[in-house]
Write a protein that binds this ligand. Structure first.
Ligand code: NAD
Length: 485
């Protein structure tokens, strides 16, 4: 039987697809054809209850398995995902509009990496032994229980796995709510995990808007919420989680600096700026959208950037030679066009792009502004679209202060051939994820996350384990108890 890529129903609960058409319909619009390609229904209270109850039921037995047994399931899921990479990438492209050229290497494969990495780590998760004379303390690393994951729309497969893999490795169950804009891919992650042997209920997916997310995280059975989304949503979700003193991971927005010194390799710096602004049509949280370029290299940088933008190929994202897709939906297109108009109005110089393409789909040209000053709206607010702003600078001290002059702190990058300066810059950056002479790589082995308003906690790497488990401390006395009376 051919593998069926389209999810069979709106939700995946207790090991099976579940439908409930009483929920609010959510239309999935293809960003290229602007037509409906699927329809799911937001979770009703009954669906939310089913998902939480089955997660709660399944979690205890899952946590009681050995880490190696749990890890085997995750690693098997990684293998299945790799086998089906092409189909899963097509689904991701249909859901998001990102070019297949990108999704083939960055989405299902990144989900597989997370499942493989945390699957490998699961058997090595331990507590500690602390000798105290004859007495001793040992710690048990325990699962938190039921964790809720809430996703943004730009990396639906990756986000579902980046949250699910460490959660499951540590012995938790997860209820994941994808973004209402790209609801399809997480269902496949759930389906594959169960095909790989995850017990029913260990990874459930329910659809819906913010209300469904809110209902999930206010339920007393929930121990933790991990959100990927914007800062305003993060504020609400963090506050709600605080009511129940729940654990949180917050992966939020950014307005990251990318600093290019005169002595940088020009091709690498231009390549880094392209990766940090135009990959996924600019819809990447860690993008280096404030490109600070030192005065001596500015003209050459702008010229080479304009040359390389000639190689942008827009079109049907399923055509593997296309390297630039549309924005995810009409709303995002409007938002980004609004920022471009604001940039022009506030006096930034439009170097190229800025226009919607005259074709079906939410295509917007890659846009470059120069002569941008720190106080302009396009230099302060997260745009989440293909808009690169070039800001001039003279020296290291000045540019570091300006790079940090933002409430965000997700990522930061520097291009220079001066080794000492590169390390001084990253030591000074107020950002969780930094790059030297490259930009936007996010291997599972490295911690990923933000400082300041950009977030709390880290995803990926061994670090994520601490965010999905807690230590129980056990004091063991080997001597008589001494009491005062
Ligand atoms: P969003 O904040 O609008 O929505 C994120 C998710 O939160 C959605 O699933 C939404 O339904 C849900 N939600 C909204 N209100 C809620 C509430 N009150 N309670 C519970 N859940 C609620 O974000 P978006 O537009 O989907 O994604 C874009 C944003 O995500 C950008 O700001 C981007 O920077 C950020 N992002 C961050 C990272 C990261 O790792 N730091 C990665 C990708 C995207």
């Amino acid at each position: 039987m051919a593998y069926e890529i389209q999810p069979k129903a709106s939700h995946f609960i207790d090991g099976a697809y579940v439908e409930d058409t009483a929920g609010t319909p959510i239309r999935v619009i293809c960003p290229v054809s602007e037509e409906e390609i699927a329809r799911v229904y937001a979770a009703t209270p009954a669906i939310i209850e089913q998902a939480l109850a089955s997660a709660k039921r399944a979690q205890v037995a899952w946590a009681a398995m050995t880490g190696t047994e749990r890890g085997r399931v995750l690693r098997r899921a990684a293998d299945i995902i790799r086998d089906r990479n092409y189909d899963l990438s097509v689904l991701e492209t249909n859901d998001t509009g990102k070019p297949l050229q990108e999704t083939l290497v960055a989405d299902a494969t990144s989900a597989a990496d997370a499942l493989e990495y945390f699957g490998g780590l699961a058997g090595a998760l331990t507590g500690e032994h602390v000798q105290l004379g004859e007495d001793f303390v040992y710690t048990r690393r325990e699962a938190l229980g039921v964790c809720v994951g809430i996703g943004a729309w730009n990396y639906p497969t990756q986000i579902a796995a980046w949250k699910g893999a460490p959660a499951l490795a540590c012995g938790n169950a997860m209820v994941f709510k994808p973004s209402e804009t790209t609801p399809l891919c997480a269902l496949k992650v759930a389906e594959i995990l169960h095909e790989a042997g995850a017990p029913a209920g260990i990874y459930n997916v329910v659809q819906g808007m913010g209300e469904v997310g809110h209902a999930l995280i206010t339920d007393p059975r929930v121990a933790k919420v991990s959100l990927t989304g914007s800062v305003p949503t993060g504020r609400k979700v963090y506050a709600t989680a605080a009511e129940g003193i729940r654990h949180v991971t917050m992966e939020l927005g950014g307005k990251s600096p990318l600093v290019i010194f005169d002595d940088a390799d020009l091709e690498d710096a231009v390549g880094g700026a392209i990766l940090g602004n135009f990959y996924s049509s600019g819809q990447v949280c860690s993008n280096g959208t404030r490109v600070f370029v030192q005065k001596g290299i500015k003209d050459a940088f702008l010229k080479r950037l304009a040359d390389r933008l000639q190689d942008v190929k827009m079109g049907d994202p399923l055509d593997e030679s296309v390297n630039f897709g549309p924005l995810v939906n009409a709303k995002q297109l409007d938002i980004v066009q609004g920022f471009i108009a604001k940039g022009i109005e506030e006096g930034a110089r439009l170097v190229c792009g800025g226009e919607r393409e005259k074709r079906a789909g939410y295509f917007l040209q890659p846009t470059v502004f120069a002569d941008v000053s720190d106080d302009m709206t396009i230099a302060r607010d997260e745009i989440f679209g293909p808009v690169l702003s070039v800001l001039d600078f003279e020296d290291e001290v000045e540019v570091l202060a300006r790079a940090n002059n933002t409430d965000f702190g997700l990522a930061a990058g520097v291009f220079t051939n001066d080794l000492g300066r590169a390390h001084r810059m990253v030591a000074g950056f107020e950002a969780g994820t930094c790059y030297i002479n490259t930009y936007n790589l996010a291997p599972v082995e490295a911690p990923f996350g933000g400082s300041k308003l950009s977030g709390v906690g880290r995803e990926n790497s061994k670090n994520a384990v601490d965010h999905y488990s807690e230590m129980k401390s056990v004091y063991v006395s080997m001597t008589a108890v001494e009491a005062p009376f």
